[in-house]
Ligand binder design. Sequence first.
Ligand code: SF4
Length: 94
Amino acid sequence: MQTEGRPLKKPCVRCLLSELDEDEIRAGLLEYIRNVPADRRVSGEIYQSRLAQCRSCERLLDGMCLECGCYVEIRALRPEADCASAVKRWHSAI
Ligand code: SF4
């Protein structure tokens, strides 16, 4: 894995967030999102619609949903996922 020309260190699977480099965490998450196969992600239109709902939600903080602890850009990719709130702002696509 590389980001902006510099190789990423192999991710530590047993490290805590406090022990990891923030830039590498972010780069790793974005790489993960890019590599989710087409058959395991919603369309770009649905994805952007879901993220628009998250962006306007008071439960979004630093890219994470305070209801479930997910990174919303990962949660919103999954066709079977829905908004984590009791009052759903977006719904499953299947
Ligand atoms: S998943 Fe739902 S509750 Fe969580 S940030 Fe997005 S809109 Fe808000």
